[in-house]
Design a binder for this molecule. Structure first.
Ligand SMILES: [Zn+2]
Length: 412
C-alpha cells in the first residue's frame, strides 16, 4: 500500500538547472524507450532496457546509468497502461503521448534524510533542504516507511517538486459483523448507516460539467499552447477539488465501517462506461470523465482507504439492484408519472413506493449475503435524507451527520 506526498522546494539556480538538464535527457531516453517498445511490440522492461541501453549510454555519456533504467521502467509502465486502455477501447491516440514527465529515481539516484535530500545529476549530486508538510509527518510518524523509489519534476521559478512514496503493509481484514452498503451515483453517494439510508451529495457530474464550460470558455478560439490559456487551465484545479471530495467521503465510510466492525458492500462496476449511468451526455470523453470521477475513482478511493484500515470490502454484481423489490423480490417499475425524475418506483406486487437509491442499498446488503436486511415497507416511499456537500465535507463521522439530521427533523 502506497501513499505519495508532494514536496515543493525552491532551490538555487545551479541546482535547478542541473536537475532540469537531467529531466530533459531523461525525457529523451523515455521517448526513445517508448518508440523502441512500440516498434518491437513489447512492453517488457527487460527487453526495452536490453534494446536501448547501449545507444542511450552513448548519447548521454555523463548521465548516471540508473536514469536509463528508470526511464525504461517508466516507458514499460506507460506502454502497458496504453495497451490496457486500447483493449478497453479508451485510447484516443494510436500511440502513447508523452506529455507530462516526472523523473523516476531509484535507490542509487537519491538519498533521503530529514534535513537534506540528495539527487544524482550529471557528474555529481545536488542537495535539497525541503520544508516538510503536515501530510509528510502524518505518514512519517504513522508507521509508514519511505520507499526506495521517488520522482521529481521541475516547475517554474526554480521550484522542484519531489514525490516521496510512503509504504505500509496492509492489515488483515477482520470478520465482518454487519454490512455498510454504498451506492454510487453521478451526483451523490448513498449509504445505509445502522439501517438508516442517507444520501450524501457529491455533485460530481455538476462539478465536471461546470469545469468543462469554464475550460471551453478559456480555450475557445485559442491554442492550448498559449501561456495564458495554460495557466488559466491550471488554475481551475478540477482534479484537486474532486480528489478532496473523494478522499473525505472514503474516510467517512471506512471509519463508520471500522467502528461497527462492518464490511463495505460495493457494486462491482461494469468494465465499459455504462450508457445509463451517465444520462444526457453525448461527448464520449466528457462521459468517460464523469464516469471515472463519480464511479470508478470513487470506488477505488473507498477500496484503498478500506485496505489501509483492514476493513473488508465485498463487491457484488450490480444487475437489477435498483429494479428488484427487496421485500417481494419482484420488479419495481419507474415511470415519469410517479415521483420526480424517475427516482421513485412502484413495486409490481405490493404496490409500495421505493426510492431508487434506497432500494439499491437494501439489495446490495442482500446480495452480500444478509437476508435479514429487509426494511419496513412504510420507510420506502420517503426520500432519504439528503446531506449537502458543504455540510458533510466538514463532518467528523457519518454518525454525527445522522444525529445532526435527526435533531433538525425533531425541531421541524
Ligand atoms: Zn414490494
Amino acid at each position: 500500500m502506497d501513499r505519495t506526498v508532494k514536496l515543493r522546494v525552491r532551490v538555487d539556480y545551479a541546482t535547478y538547472s542541473a536537475l532540469k538538464e537531467v529531466e530533459e535527457e531523461y525525457r529523451e531516453v523515455l521517448e526513445d524507450a517508448v518508440s523502441y517498445g512500440l516498434a518491437n511490440r513489447t512492453t517488457s522492461f527487460t527487453r526495452i532496457r536490453a534494446g536501448v541501453y547501449m545507444t542511450e549510454r552513448e548519447k548521454h555519456k555523463d548521465l548516471p546509468s540508473h536514469y536509463i533504467y528508470t526511464a525504461c521502467e517508466d516507458a514499460s509502465e506507460r506502454l502497458s497502461s496504453f495497451e490496457k486502455m486500447k483493449r478497453k477501447g479508451r485510447a484516443f491516440t494510436d500511440k502513447p503521448t508523452i506529455k507530462k514527465v516526472t523523473v523516476h529515481l531509484d535507490d542509487h539516484l537519491w538519498k533521503f534524510s530529514l534535513d537534506s535530500i540528495s539527487i544524482s545529476i550529471k557528474r555529481g549530486k545536488v542537495f535539497i533542504s525541503p520544508t516538510l508538510p503536515k501530510l509528510f509527518w502524518k505518514y512519517y510518524n504513522g508507521g509508514w516507511t519511505i520507499a526506495s523509489e521517488a520522482r521529481f519534476k521541475s516547475l517554474k521559478g526554480n521550484v522542484v517538486e519531489l514525490y516521496i512514496v510512503f509504504r505500509k503493509d496492509e492489515p488483515k481484514p477482520y470478520e465482518p459483523k454487519a454490512f455498510i452498503p454504498v451506492d454510487l451515483n453521478e451526483n451523490s453517494v448513498s449509504v445505509l448507516v445502522d439501517g438508516n439510508p442517507i444520501l450524501l451529495e457529491t455533485n460530481i457530474k455538476k462539478i465536471t460539467l461546470g469545469y468543462e464550460y469554464r475550460r471551453r470558455a478559456i480555450t475557445t478560439g485559442r491554442s492550448t499552447k498559449d501561456r495564458d490559456v495554460r495557466s488559466g487551465l491550471r488554475r481551475l484545479r478540477e482534479g484537486d477539488r474532486k480528489a478532496d471530495i473523494r478522499w473525505k467521503l472514503a474516510n467517512l465510510i471506512v471509519k463508520a465501517a471500522l467502528e461497527g466492525r462492518s464490511a463495505i458492500v460495493l457494486e462491482n462496476l461494469p468494465r465499459n462506461t455504462p450508457e445509463k449511468m451517465i444520462k444526457g451526455i453525448r461527448d464520449p470523453q466528457l462521459r468517460l470523465r464523469i464516469y471515472r470521477s463519480a464511479f470508478s475513482s470513487m470506488k477505488n478511493a473507498i477500496i484503498e482507504k478500506a485496505r489501509e484500515y483492514g476493513v473488508p470490502v465485498i463487491p457484488v454484481n450490480p444487475a437489477y439492484t435498483s429494479s428488484t423489490c427487496p421485500i417481494h423480490n419482484c420488479r419495481i417499475t419507474y415511470s415519469p408519472n410517479v415521483g420526480s425524475a424517475q427516482r421513485v418506483g412502484k413495486c409490481e406486487k405490493g404496490g409500495e413506493l421505493w426510492h431508487r437509491d434506497v432500494v439499491a442499498l437494501y439489495n446490495l446488503v442482500r446480495k452480500a449475503g444478509d437476508g435479514r436486511a429487509v426494511p419496513l415497507p412504510s420507510t420506502g416511499p420517503h426520500d432519504p435524507p439528503t446531506v449537502k456537500l458543504g455540510r458533510w465535507l466538514r463532518a467528523k463521522s457519518l454518525h454525527s451527520i445522522m444525529n445532526e439530521h435527526k435533531m433538525i427533523e425533531m425541531k421541524v
